[in-house]
Design a protein around this ligand. Sequence first.
Ligand code: ADP
Ligand code: MG
Length: 576
Amino acid sequence: MPTETFEFQVEARQLLQMMIHSIYSNKDVFLRELISNASDALDKLRLEVLRDDGLKEDVSDLHIGIEVDKKERTLTVRDNGIGMSHAEVVQLIGTIANSGTAKFLKELKESRESREGQEAGTVSEELIGQFGVGFYASFMVADEVTLLTRRAGESTGTRWESSGEGTYTVESVDDAPQGTSVTLRLKPEDTEDQLFDYTSGWKIREIVKRYSDFITWPIRMAAESTVSADEESVDGTPREPETVNSMKALWARSRSEVTDEEYNELYKHISHDWTDPLETVRMQAEGTFEYQALLFIPSHAPQDLFMQGHKRGVQLYVKRVFIMDDCEALMPEYLRFVKGVVDAQDLSLNVSREILQQDRQIQLMHRRLVKKVLSTVKDMMSAHPDRYATFWREFGRVVKEGLLSDYENRDAILGVSSFATTQDTEKPTTLRAYVERMKEGQQHIFYMTGESRSAIESSPHMEAFKAKGFEVLLLTDPVDEVWVQSVPEFEGKQLQSIAKGEVDLDTDEEKKEVEAEREKRQQEYAGLLTWLTAQLSEQVKEVRLSSRLTVSPACIVGDTHDVTPALENMYRAMGQ
Ligand code: ADP
Ligand code: MG
């Protein structure tokens, strides 16, 4: 087959331009990304061989190899993992599947424009760090990248080549070894600077140690590449390749043996994120069902958190061997943003998702993990309020979904939730703090749902509450409409919508007065009210005098059991 030339998808092209004109100062991470991909590919091959008897690939020596050629100024990262088919190369390397890319690039452009001149680099860097660019990070250090790959089980390989400038070429090759090798032709300027000399053995070793030490596959460096020009082996005999990572599973080591940086790098490998996590959660269970867990709460929500098919982030290992990504049996939907590793000692290596869903031990583990995550957030609230604020801003909307599905942990979820309030225009409040502020004689936690803070605050329902100084929670997330229907109370205080039924704001004294006054007025206006009710019978059930309004002449009130206006809108939008 002849060499074909393809154009990069628009978003991919823009991203590549950014990598080439490298706005990201920490270029070393390109190697972390290549090793991360190689490690994933080895995991995948091992699993496929385990599941598919027909696949006859040699998996006795799965590893990652790194070679440098000082003369040619090339660096190669090689794996004998799953490889890619011709179609996969075009699909995976030529396009960016992440649908958030377009949005990301727009934000990046805007942030650059708004900060023209000053600090432009840092803003972009932060954004690119949140996004992660994987394979394309190679173009930060290389002016040409060649990928040679052969999919396990196929006989023909594929060579992909690009300088990152808009197009790439793809051709079939007959003699490709199984797996993938990525060769970078390093940019000339980098070799001149010691700091960025990626042909230096010690430099490469240092990067591997820093970012990829925990990778569970051996990362080997060919002998000559570990020898710098001035330490050439004396007798000229080739040295054995050297394994440069320790392969120690971080989750199996005690806390004191592992640095925060090591945990953070594991997080980045698992999540494909470039920023540090907000919180790391360790768990170890001994006894009849032994397991270790290392979970991470990211510091920002991924672009596709609310898209259908967003995967859960926990990987399952059995006795240090990777078994599956997105293990849904271990984390509920509403904690789908939690990333990490769970390593169980007593499961079979070819355990399936179906079996996991029904396994009692796994269910027990699931319960413990959920409780641990929620208690970690609770601790964060008091120990690191600013971190908690970030957590809630990024993930609060998802966590509240748990109020609908996880009855067992409902109180714990309510306990770590916060809500916008009339009390404070900036900071949300917890329910506990609300309850502490409740006025004497106040029986209920008042809330109102709606589209936005301003919409709710200008609602006529609000008037009496404002006038009397009652705090009202302002619930504006779509999910709020739903959970308030099913959560009756918090610590014995009922939740009460101010837009529904009769809301009682007065003391007994006041009430009697108001009642007497209303009786009187009701009689005075009886004629008018009956007439109005008859005139508006199509629109409302009843017209009555109100003591709630202070400024507006009239308002529409739902019956206690009616749906709220916002929920009505939501149902309508869903076509119900
Ligand atoms: P990500 O790893 O976040 O998916 P990358 O840009 O790093 O994004 O890689 C894109 C895809 O290309 C990977 O998901 C994988 O399917 C494929 N890929 C990259 N490197 C390899 C490799 N060494 N072996 C097999 N597939 C690979
Ligand atoms: Mg990757």
